[in-house]
Design a protein around this ligand. Structure first.
Ligand code: HH2
Length: 254
């Protein structure tokens, strides 16, 4: 799954593809690099991000969804029913739902649905997230939502542990270490680690420096975690650097 962020403030590529023509060109390049799905989003969900009104989100994503749907499969990365409905009308065939609440919309429209786990809201989710057992709690949540979606009639259901969404470095690593438990739920699993802050921290430790390495210098960590996730049974990874992810997937498959 290749990422097309039509936003001014995404954590790693904010502002690069806010212009629809540039976003479409980027999406086409990701398809050429081997992406199976393009995930188009118009609202950043980075920690501390401010919510975007629906009309602005629609203005950003609709022309891009419409143009890219003619060339490949498009998912719409949104938490808003109105945006999901309009994007599907414009050609998207999957709703990537970081709120895990839009399954009735996916059922109604007959499209695929991704249920992602998030603790809290992007604005506040990184303020001291706590779990008794993060793996057990995330698995229980995903299985409950996926089961509701199945009962509602959604035919294509994905689950995603939501790396970085209301989770510390340790929580993220526990979820990756026990990804087999998520896979064992029996739903196809999507994992998004690409350029995330946990990698920034681990790569800084590797370099022996304080803080985080910047998002555009996290490729080794992105590919390492993508390979790990594939090997543990993830069926799809959500990546900024699609060529590297596709190459890694071919090597893993071989
Ligand atoms: N991560 C981000 C956004 N959407 N969707 C799923 N299913 N899984 C993820 O891990 C996931 C996601 C955050 O990454 P990005 O889109 O690059 O950043 P931003 O939210 O700042 O636009």
């Amino acid at each position: 799954m290749g990422i097309v962020n039509v936003t001014p403030d995404s954590f790693s590529d904010g502002g690069l593809f806010l212009d629809p023509e540039r976003a479409v060109a980027h999406g086409l390049e990701l398809l050429a690099q081997g992406a199976s799905v393009l995930d188009v989003g118009g609202e950043s969900t980075r920690p501390g991000a401010t919510p975007v009104p629906a009309d602005e989100e629609l203005r950003r994503v609709l022309p891009v969804v419409e143009a890219l749907s003619a060339h490949g499969r498009v998912s719409i990365d949104t938490r808003k029913e109105e945006v999901a409905r309009a994007a599907v009308a414009a050609g998207a065939t999957m709703i990537n739902d970081v709120s895990a609440e839009l399954w009735p919309v996916a059922a109604d429209l007959g499209v695929g649905w991704v249920a992602m786990h998030m603790r809290g809201e992007p604005a506040t989710m990184q303020a001291e997230p706590r779990y008794d057992d993060v793996v057990i709690e995330v698995c229980a949540f995903l299985d409950e939502r996926a089961t509701l979606a199945r009962r509602a009639g959604v035919a294509e259901i994905w689950v995603d542990p939501g790396i970085g969404f209301g989770k510390t470095v340790e929580h993220n690593l526990a979820l990756l270490a026990r990804l087999d438990a998520v896979v064992a739920l029996g739903w196809p699993v999507l994992v998004g680690t690409s350029r995330k802050a946990t990698l920034g921290r681990l790569l800084a430790l590797s370099d022996g420096v304080e803080g985080l390495v910047p998002p555009d210098d996290r490729l080794a960590g992105s590919v390492a975690t993508e390979v790990w996730a594939m090997h543990r049974g993830a069926a799809m990874v959500r990546a900024h650097e699609v060529r590297a992810a596709v190459q890694a997937s071919k090597v893993v498959a071989a």
